[in-house]
Write a protein that binds this ligand. Structure first.
Ligand code: NAD
Length: 472
């Protein structure tokens, strides 16, 4: 294996995991960040984000002198073979377009600092054609032939980032340049040895793969959430339905869980950025457009779900919220569904008491007037209702008897379907979850056969609509 000297620019969720895993494979890695506080903490062995297993891996790599941290780019780029750009590409609030200012600034800094041939690899999620622009930024300062620009999007998921990075479904490398391809293949040699599929493609295709996969997954989630709404009205069960469709290998069993709408640092901004790209090229991506608006509407509707469950109004109520991060095993609050939910409940007069195993510090930065507790039972004390927003493991094994004793009210609104409804009922708790028959649907079912299942009219029989489906 050809060991490389690698610099990573941007030491966030992606940059830190990438750099640490490269160092664990034997490369020498310097992670650079603008944030003095972040680099100072990392240099003392303190990992500023919550990611299971990362702290140990950072400590191991640092003790072997393979991983270091700096704010000094000149120092980091000395004798470097590869530079990865892993800075943020958030959505611009004005129009949803990817804000590439951090990426371009990093490219500019590299151009002014690089003093030997290196491959510049864009790991940040960037719109199609960004590699071309970075190439032009570098070419304004550096002589031709002294650099190559490639794309290598990252697919790790927060919460399982290390396993995702070390055993990925595939690695995508986008370059038309042989030298760059060889260098990047050397960086990923340990994965090639493990037979991980490596997709080598054009730079533009590689850039688009990342947006296409995230938009596909966001759409899959949104589709299941809409089917869950239908389940509630027709008296079907989304959990069993997900098993029934997930066993079809053409569909696949993942990303079928019902929930309060997708959030996080990637899906919301990447779907918007893909739509902007499509718009710029005059292409309509109606499915992605609909997913974005259905998901936004769903996030807003979750507060209504809570209000309906408690009788119409939360004014003057204490509502306990379990889970603030956008998903379990991370402290990331970016676009978390908990934010619009809590803000809406507060606007309607509720006092919010919350607990999250990792995200409470981050939550304080984006939400006001939260009372935070360091365990779920203290959080639930005297609450009129409890809302489960994030499916952390700790919420899957709650002591329901104790919860009932601690709470003032008896309502649990379970936005992740992790509480057993019959077991909760045994302890006097009423659960409102997602995608199973609502009381109104149950009443309808008891009263009459749903209209669409009645005997078809002669014309309907001819075209085959309205008939009750055959149970095969
Ligand atoms: P992040 O915000 O956690 O980290 C970005 C870091 O870059 C910050 O620490 C910031 O201080 C630093 N930075 C910005 N400009 C800099 C500069 N010029 N020099 C040095 N440091 C600089 O972002 P993230 O979540 O790690 O995401 C990075 C990229 O990876 C984004 O494009 C994102 O879409 C993509 N991505 C993220 C994930 C994820 O789960 N977070 C997964 C796959 C891909």
């Amino acid at each position: 294996m050809n060991l490389m000297k690698i610099a990573i620019i941007g030491t966030g969720y992606v940059g830190l995991v990438t750099g640490t895993c490269f160092a664990a494979w034997g490369h020498t890695v310097v992670c650079v960040d603008k944030s003095v506080g972040k680099i100072a903490a990392l240099s003392r062995g303190i990992v500023p984000i919550y990611e299971p297993g990362l702290e140990q891996l950072v400590a191991d790599a640092a003790s072997r002198k393979r991983l270091s941290f700096t704010v000094d780019l000149v120092d980091a780029l000395k004798e470097v073979d590869v530079v990865f750009i892993a800075v943020g590409t958030p959505a611009r609030p004005s129009d949803g377009e990817a804000d590439l200012s951090f990426v371009y600034a990093a490219a500019q800094e590299i151009a002014q600092t690089l003093d030997r041939y290196a491959v510049v690899v864009v790991k940040s999620t960037v719109p199609v054609g960004t590699g071309d622009i970075i190439e032009r930024i570098l070419a304004r300062v550096l002589p031709g032939g002294s650099f190559s620009v490639a794309s290598n999007p990252e697919f790790l998921r927060e919460g399982s980032a290390i396993a995702d990075f070390q055993v990925p479904d595939r690695v995508v490398i986008g370059t038309e340049d042989d030298a760059a391809r060889r260098v990047i293949l050397d960086v990923y040699a340990p994965l090639i040895a493990k037979n991980v599929p490596i997709v080598v493609t054009q730079r533009r295709t590689s850039e688009l793969i990342k947006y296409a996969v995230n938009s596909f997954l966001a759409t899959k989630i949104t589709y299941m959430n809409e089917i869950a709404d239908l389940c509630e009205c027709v008296g079907a069960d989304i959990g069993e339905l997900a098993i029934g469709i997930g066993l079809d290998h053409r569909v696949g069993a993942t990303y079928l869980n019902v929930g309060p709408g997708y959030g996080g640092s990637c899906f919301p901004k990447d779907t918007l950025a893909l739509l902007r790209t499509a718009q710029d090229f005059g292409v309509s991506l109606r499915i992605v457009e609909e997913s974005v608006s259905a998901n936004n509407a769903r996030k807003r509707r979750m507060a209504l779900k809570v209000m309906n469950a408690v009788g119409g109004s939360v004014d003057g109520m204490k509502i306990a919220i379990f889970g603030l991060s956008f998903k379990p095993d991370t402290d990331d609050m970016r676009d978390a569904p908990s934010i619009p939910l809590i803000e809406t409940l507060q606007r309607h007069g509720a006092a919010i008491q919350a607990f999250d195993p990792a995200a409470m510090l981050e939550a304080r930065k984006v939400l006001d007037d939260l009372t935070l507790f360091d365990n779920p039972y203290d959080c639930a004390r005297d609450a009129d209702a409890l809302v489960i927003v994030t499916d952390w493991d700790v919420f899957k094994s709650l002591d329901l008897k104790r919860l009932r004793e601690d709470m003032k009210g008896d309502n649990i609104i379970d936005l992740r379907n992790i509480i057993s409804v019959p077991e909760a009922a045994l302890h006097g708790l009423r659960v409102t979850n997602l995608g199973s028959a609502t009381p109104r649907a149950r009443e309808n079912m008891a009263r009459e056969t749903p209209p669409s299942w009645r005997a078809p009219s002669p014309s309907a029989r001819r075209v085959g609509v309205l008939a009750k489906p055959h149970p095969h």
